[in-house]
Ligand binder design. Structure first.
Ligand code: GLN
Length: 526
């Protein structure tokens, strides 16, 4: 029997609903339950694939090739589950399904309305997850947003229909007013009232706060909002997001939920692996600086890469400090100075022309100065272009993404992709297998000759040039067995110089950090 936990947020955005949802998932897993976490985003885009990272942060890709919200990255990193297209729902997807059905005549002449047709489709998307013990359903946005109304109505109906198989967790904010030296509960009261006005009584309240809340504050919230005191927990600022699950467990959030569902509570699970990880995190004190060469100076734009670097650092007993280096400002003249404080660089993924030449300068500097360099997707393509220009002697080498008429298109679009015009349809998305060359550095790092990794790109290494690269010292050590496309390049005589056409950062988790990130950090931590 599947149970459903609806997670909503109130007062302000950016409270960390994704982290709370992932933590609830982790705690239930630790008790032996199977879980999945689904995110509903109330925007009209079909998926975030076409969104500028400045709008919505990184676009996360599932193994089955769906472009999704970055919260799915948190779900995977915390719980180790593999998400799929079913874990990501948007208003755009809901409306598209309903409108397609209407055009197809499936509604037999009925007037199509938000209630019941849109709400029914939302309910259907939520209820299709039936193969796990718990579905944690995160609703994006903030209570009171116009866009969220159909989702709240669907939840209201489901709560009514499912009875004690459904629970509502509401995350709010308790601001601290410095001048008055007081923590204020009123915004939370209003937010809960708004939820109640939509017909939803929260079962659990998670109060985000920068200052510890006394029992008196929790008591006040409990009695004003009709929620049991044991179901009012606080989520204080913590040194790391990975402390959140144990902090929630300490306050009995999982136990409170189980009681709501009428399930036995039993002993609190020990979560030994997780605690071991936290202990390593607390004791890692040597700092290692990594230069993140990209164009978006926004924490969330390279979220999975940042987390993968930090996680790999913890397992290598170092605290990774990420220095963002805007590739638009990198020149031949200043590159040495820009990289003077970093032990290695990671050249980021990306699309379009902006900041490209700076990335190429960065790669050249790393190659010539034996500075460890990790290129991810566009970063790998920059490694390939730089090598063509400065080693193979093709001064005009480029990707046909940047220069459609380049005579040396060392990065080019695959023939079959050239005719697709619908954005989102043109990309190689999701997991593809890759064979590694025996004796290569990557084969040693992975400890295997066959891997599978996730992709998100349109352009590819142009195999026409493969022999020249091989002869001149850049080795094509990872190849897709079906298409023969090059997925990994490395320079064996360099300290650490590896570029991957895929995105290893999507599959690095707290308990299983990705081997490439582990190896990169190990090299630079020495
Ligand atoms: N813009 C490049 C391509 O489409 C790289 C994409 C990426 O870095 N995700 O191939």
């Amino acid at each position: 029997m599947t149970r459903y936990i609806f997670v909503t947020g109130g007062v302000v955005s950016s409270l960390g609903k994704g982290i709370i949802s992932a933590s609830i998932g982790k705690l239930l897993q630790a008790r032996g339950y199977t879980i999945t976490i689904q995110k509903i985003d109330p925007y009209i885009n079909i998926d975030p694939g076409t969104l500028n990272p400045y709008e919505h942060g990184e676009c996360y890709v599932t193994v089955d090739g769906t472009e999704t919200d970055l919260d799915l990255g948190h779900y995977e990193r915390f719980t180790g589950i593999r998400t799929t297209q079913a874990n990501s729902v948007t208003t755009g997807k809901i409306y598209k399904t309903v409108i397609d059905k209407e055009r197809h005549g499936d509604y037999l002449g009925k007037t199509i309305q938000v209630v019941p047709h849109i709400t029914d489709e939302i309910k259907h998307r939520i209820m299709q997850n039936t193969d796990v013990d718990f579905v944690i359903q995160e609703i994006g946005g903030t209570i009171g947003d116009i866009e969220a109304a159909p989702f709240l109505e669907a939840i209201r109906q489901l709560k009514w229909e499912l009875g004690n198989r459904a629970a509502s967790v509401h995350l709010t904010y308790i601001p601290y007013l410095k001048a008055a030296d007081e923590l204020k509960t009123k915004p939370t009261q209003h937010s809960v009232k708004e939820l109640q006005a939509a017909g939803i009584q929260p079962d659990v309240l998670v109060l985000r706060t920068e200052k510890h809340l006394s029992d008196g504050v929790r008591q006040k919230v409990a009695s004003f909002c009709n929620v049991d005191l044991e179901c009012v927990v606080q989520s204080e600022d913590l040194p790391s997001i990975y402390e959140v699950p144990v902090n929630m467990q300490r306050q009995g959030l999982d136990a409170a939920l189980l009681r709501k569902f009428g399930l036995p509570v039993g002993e609190t699970p020990k979560m030994e692996g997780w605690h071991r990880f936290l202990e390593l995190q607390r004791t890692a004190n040597k700092e290692v600086h990594v230069g993140l060469v990209g164009k978006y100076d926004l924490q969330d734009a390279y979220k999975s890469i940042r987390e993968s670097l930090i996680l790999a650092g913890i397992y290598n007993h170092v605290k990774v400090k990420i220095d963002f280096i805007n590739s638009e400002n990198i020149t031949k003249e200043n590159v040495a100075e820009q990289f003077s404080g970093v032990a290695g660089i990671l050249v980021c993924p990306g699309f379009g022309q902006r900041g490209i030449e700076g990335k190429i300068v960065a790669v050249e500097y790393a190659r010539l100065n034996n500075l460890p360099a990790f290129g991810v997707c566009l970063g790998m393509q920059m490694m390939v272009i730089e090598f063509a220009r400065n080693v193979l002697g093709y001064k005009d080498a480029n990707s046909s993404e940047m220069d459609a008429n380049t005579p040396h298109n060392v990065i080019d679009m695959m023939e079959e992709q050239k005719t697709i015009t619908n954005l989102g349809g043109t990309m190689r998305l999701g997991a593809y297998s890759c064979n590694l060359r025996e004796g290569s550095r990557v084969a040693e790092i992975y400890g295997s000759l066959q891997i599978s990794e996730r992709h998100r790109h349109r352009y590819e290494f142009n195999n026409k040039y493969k022999d020249e690269y091989e002869k001149n010292g850049m080795k094509c050590v990872g190849v897709n067995p079906e298409s023969d496309l090059v997925e990994i390049v490395e320079i064996p005589c360099h300290r650490w110089f590896i570029g991957t056409q895929f995105h290893p950062e999507y599959s690095s988790t707290v308990l299983h950090p990705h081997p490439l990130f582990m190896s990169f950090i190990k090299e630079i931590a020495q």
